[in-house]
Design a protein around this ligand. Structure first.
Ligand code: ATR
Length: 280
């Protein structure tokens, strides 16, 4: 390819912590693509102007992180179903002159789940979900799409659990935080979509002895990689999945749109990000 190559970026405020440039940089090199992917700090008051001017700047699109996900969704000309379900976008690209918004967190989680546990059947499953924020919405949408029978949402602030249930419909059942043990006995999968368990933050209090032996435990937190929840699940002999796979898989659709190659999530890529998380 001649010329300056294709360019994409991640916008956020702050954005310095983002590992997306490492992921996309790895793929650009691996596939020999003449392109670039950088961090772009964009202040909240500048987000709309940035997004409207992206094409003129020569960008193929971008990833979007906090606090711009809702703005990105609002500004887009076309909104894909997952983005619409969440009212927020994390991936933007152009189709012709139209700016398209998608949210790839949910599908990223599902693809990681399938990669780790190919025999897990989401269809007809009962999901126990901790949290009712943006990350929880992505998980709810993905499981509804995959045909889950029931998604039980446990949240500290009950009103937020009620709000997501109202938004997503009858298969989503809101509960008090204190119901999380009694109501997770027959769950096929338990997902932590709260921020609890993050390095330097508050601990997650989630007993696991009531869970079915076949229940998969998934944590969306990936710093640390092995959270106390993941460690406790493995100690009990349960299958457990960390949050890094979701981060890697959510990046795939954007790369494919901007650079024209569907990239693979490999052990090498995972090792690169693990080394960064662990400060090696
Ligand atoms: P995200 O977009 O990453 O999901 P968020 O919208 O701030 O972030 O949601 C964070 C989630 O973690 C919420 O479900 C929050 O519960 P509340 O809705 O009650 O705030 C949950 N959370 C954070 N700190 C918590 C704590 N100390 N105990 C229980 N839940 C907590």
């Amino acid at each position: 390819m001649t010329g300056p190559g294709k360019r994409a970026c991640i916008i956020g405020w702050p954005v310095a912590h983002s590992r997306s440039p490492l992921i996309h940089g790895h793929w650009l090199e691996k596939y020999g693509i003449d392109g670039s992917y950088v961090k772009r700090p964009v202040q909240p008051e500048d987000a709309v102007a940035f997004l409207r001017g992206m094409r003129a700047e020569g960008l193929a699109g971008c990833n979007v992180t906090i606090p711009h996900k809702e703005t990105a969704f609002a500004v887009a000309d076309e909104k894909k179903p997952a983005a619409r379900a969440m009212g927020a976008a994390n991936t933007l690209w152009y189709e012709g002159d139209r700016l398209v918004a998608e949210n790839t967190d949910g599908i990223g989680f599902m693809n990681d789940l399938v990669a780790n546990y190919p025999r897990f059947n989401a269809k007809g499953s009962a999901v126990a979900l901790l949290g009712a924020g943006g990350a929880a919405r992505a998980i709810i949408h993905a499981f509804l799409e995959a045909g889950a029978q029931e998604i039980r949402v446990f949240n500290r602030t009950r009103a937020r659990a009620d709000a997501v249930a109202g938004h997503f419909g009858a298969r989503v059942k809101p509960y008090d935080w204190s119901d999380r043990m009694d109501r997770s006995c027959d769950a096929s999968i338990l997902v932590n979509a709260t921020s609890l368990g993050m390095k330097g933050g508050a601990a997650l209090d989630m007993p696991l002895e009531q869970l079915d032996r076949a229940c998969i435990v998934a944590d969306l937190v990936y710093v640390p990689l092995v959270t106390p929840l993941v460690a406790a699940a493995r100690e009990r002999g349960l299958s457990a999945m960390d949050g890094l796979g979701m981060l890697l898989h959510q990046a795939v659709p954007g790369f494919a749109k901007w650079f024209g190659v569907t990239p693979e999530v490999t052990p090498e890529l995972r090792a690169l990000i693990v080394a960064d998380i662990e400060g090696r």
